[in-house]
Design a protein around this ligand. Structure first.
Ligand code: MG
Length: 356
């Protein structure tokens, strides 16, 4: 294992030792896979979402959990679990003043969340009183503000797309009231240890109508009015809720994709490699088209694409690298110097003829 790999490995192991940390915040190549590893699982195939039009909501990606398809509120309840008094109309739901927040019946942790909303028309009220609702992650703790900020002013950290009281949006991308708008949210739930100590805070990324307005911001705790509230430990998976702030804000086409690491690999020690006689290794040394083989001590070194790889023997004729998925095979049963080799990086098999 070279020093780069061992450094990466120890960094990851040290982080892992801290507890179940959200992978997304520490995204880095998993050192348990080789570069270009041919055995690494393929990413799942997902049919993309269909974009919405002003008249019609689009369709969720094929792997999404559809939370509201414009027809019924079966996935939602009031906060105490009883049926909500929010109403559904043609293709959307609408907040009913005084009926309270609604929440999903299911719990979610790290996720990608798509929400479409429209502020009431004609516009009514000013500032925080104009088309106010909110998308909350972590039950009712972390609010992405929904507000009619189209040609309407309020304090910046309470405007549309703000992380309420903490982060103003990077831009005001509001459409006029009555028009459908999109939020695409990436949420990383906070992590707490067994004693309730915060291990990592909430991270949020938000696109408003396709424009980035929150770039992986770290929350200081729950969003709230007048004060900065500290984190209180809670389960990683919680419902998502929508705010009743007294305004008949509409919602449609709500879907969610749970996030996780699909190709996580348990650490398995790699084969050490066989010890082969130096005379055999010397017989392999030479130039083969674009690949050069030399011997360093008791090992072969392959120069592939201008990069040197220390090779380990799987058999007397097959060699592999431990950093990148480079494999080299010499023809079996050859006395003396072979006239060719087969090499591959991650896929396929390329023949290279000896030139020297
Ligand atoms: Mg709000």
């Amino acid at each position: 294992m070279n020093s780069r790999k061992s450094l990466l490995t120890s960094t990851v192991l040290n982080l892992a030792a801290l507890g179940a940390l959200p992978w997304a915040c520490f995204a880095q190549p998993d050192p348990n896979w080789l570069d270009h590893d041919r055995n690494r699982p393929q990413p799942p195939v997902v049919a993309p979402a269909t974009p919405s039009t002003p008249e019609q909501a689009g369709k969720a990606p094929s792997d999404a959990t559809v939370l509201f398809d414009g027809k019924d509120l079966s996935q939602w309840s009031s906060m105490d679990g009883s049926p909500t008094k929010w109403i559904t109309r043609e293709g959307y739901m609408e907040c009913v003043k005084g009926s309270g927040y609604i929440r999903t019946r299911q719990n979610f942790g790290d996720c990608q969340l798509h929400v479409e909303w429209a502020a009431p028309v004609p516009a009514h009220g000013e500032g925080q009183g104009r088309g106010n609702s909110g998308v909350f992650l972590g039950l009712d703790r972390y609010e992405i503000q929904v507000l009619d900020s189209y040609e309407s002013k309020t304090y910046a950290d309470g405007s549309a797309g703000s992380i309420y009281g903490q982060y103003p949006p990077l831009a005001n991308v509001c459409r006029p009231p009555g028009q459908w708008q999109t939020y695409d949210i990436v949420y990383t739930a906070p992590r707490f240890d067994a004693d309730g100590k915060l291990l990592s805070p909430v991270h949020l990324t938000v696109f408003h109508n396709g424009v980035l307005i929150q770039n992986n911001v770290q929350l200081t705790g729950p969003t709230s009015w007048l004060e900065r509230a500290p984190y209180q430990p809670h389960p990683e998976k919680q419902p998502i809720s929508l705010q009743d702030h007294g305004n008949p804000v509409r919602f449609r086409n709500i879907w969610l994709r749970e996030l996780g690491q699909s190709d996580k690999k348990e650490v398995a020690p790699r084969a050490a490699g066989l010890n082969l006689p130096t005379s055999l290794l010397d017989s392999y040394a030479g130039k083969y088209d674009s690949v050069e083989i030399t011997r360093e001590g008791s090992q072969l070194v392959a120069l592939v694409g201008g990069v040197k790889f220390l090779m380990f023997a799987e058999s007397p004729t097959k060699f592999f690298a431990k950093t990148t998925d480079v494999q080299i095979e010499f023809p079996a049963g050859v006395q003396g110097k072979p006239d060719r080799l087969i090499w591959s990086v991650g896929e396929g098999a390329n023949e290279a003829k000896r030139t020297q």
